[in-house]
Design a protein around this ligand. Structure first.
Ligand SMILES: Nc1nc2c(ncn2[C@@H]2O[C@H](COP(=O)(O)OP(=O)(O)OP(=O)(O)O)[C@@H](O)[C@H]2O)c(=O)[nH]1
Ligand SMILES: [Mg+2]
Length: 280
């Protein structure tokens, strides 16, 4: 499936992220918990070199929590921590501060030894499109509101958001780009909505989604669309789903455009079930 997507602003954002990194103590990298692999950026490690990183597996409300916990185990390293959150509802956000503080413990101990008491911790948020960066920043800001103004001596245009958990967040996230290593990665991004539907053939995408769900969540697919059994042929199943949903054009033919929109929307909003598309 051809997905013609290329972020032309890659070089610019990379430079911006590097500049902003100088102003922060740690990085919060947001990923989509349904696709922790596809929603990462392979250059993130090089880009954030030396900065402790907290990975938020966001949208964890849409995943199989057992799989998400396996991901957390796998992603955790010395200078990288991972936690699951739901930025819409706020679940898990209270775990952010302890995680960031434990990443910065040595640094803070050194500062305290020098007699520094009021230590502010600044972090920046990065992530590929659609992972929930804005939702997260807004949620964090809402708990406290106070946006600190420009800080003389730091830089004119940077706004810092104070949060109730005692971290200051840079108000603009750094947008990373995903890497289309193979078709599966590209499809996972497309299924979750990280790639705009306008540049894809959504009918083919819906077909591929049915094909995938037949493999990883056949029961959920059957239950949601009241199918008594699944055919071996994804197209047959897509047709059955369309008939169940009345996605037909006059004459009784399948309205593929319509059923594709329904299926993708229901998958993305979690109506088909809590489905992790990737496993560690
Ligand atoms: N179910 C669920 N949806 C979420 C969560 N966080 C964000 N969303 C939804 O995901 C979509 C994208 O969220 P945004 O906050 O706009 O994502 P973004 O990373 O800022 O996206 P760009 O600005 O395009 O880079 C929106 O429809 C949000 O409502 C979450 O924890 N759970
Ligand atoms: Mg945004």
């Amino acid at each position: 499936m051809a997905i013609n997507w290329f972020p032309g602003h890659m070089v610019k954002t990379k430079r911006e992220i590097k500049e902003n990194l100088k102003l922060v103590d740690a990085v919060i990298e947001i990923r989509d918990a349904r696709i922790p692999r596809a929603s990462s950026n392979p250059e993130i490690e090089g880009l954030t070199q030396g900065k402790p990183r907290l990975i938020l597996l966001n949208k964890s409300d849409l995943t199989d929590s057992k799989v998400t916990k396996e991901w957390i185990k796998m992603l955790t390293k010395d200078d990288v921590k991972a936690i699951e959150v739901n930025s819409l509802q706020g679940d898990g956000l209270k775990n952010i501060k302890p995680a960031v503080l434990s990443l910065l413990k040595e640094k803070h101990d050194r500062m305290k030894a020098k007699g520094l008491v009021n230590i502010t911790t600044r972090v920046m948020v990065v992530g590929i499109p659609n992972v929930g960066k804005s939702t997260f920043i807004n949620k964090m800001a809402k708990n406290n509101i106070a946006k600190t103004g420009d800080r003389p001596g730091v830089t004119k245009s940077k706004q810092w958001i104070k949060t109730s958990i005692g971290l200051e967040l840079l108000d603009t996230p750094g947008i990373l780009w995903p890497k289309f290593e193979d078709e599966e990665v590209a499809l996972n991004l497309a299924f979750t909505g990280a790639i705009k539907d306008e540049i894809m053939d959504t009918e083919e995408l819906a077909f591929k989604l049915v094909e995938r769900l037949m493999k990883i969540a056949p029961e959920m697919l059957m239950t949601r669309y009241k199918l008594e059994s699944l055919d071996e042929d994804p197209l047959e199943n897509l047709n059955s789903i369309a008939r169940k949903r009345g996605a037909l054009i006059s004459g009784g033919e399948i309205n593929y455009n319509r059923i594709a929109a329904i299926l993708l929307d229901e998958f993305r909003s979690g109506k088909i079930g809590k489905i992790s598309l990737e496993r560690p």
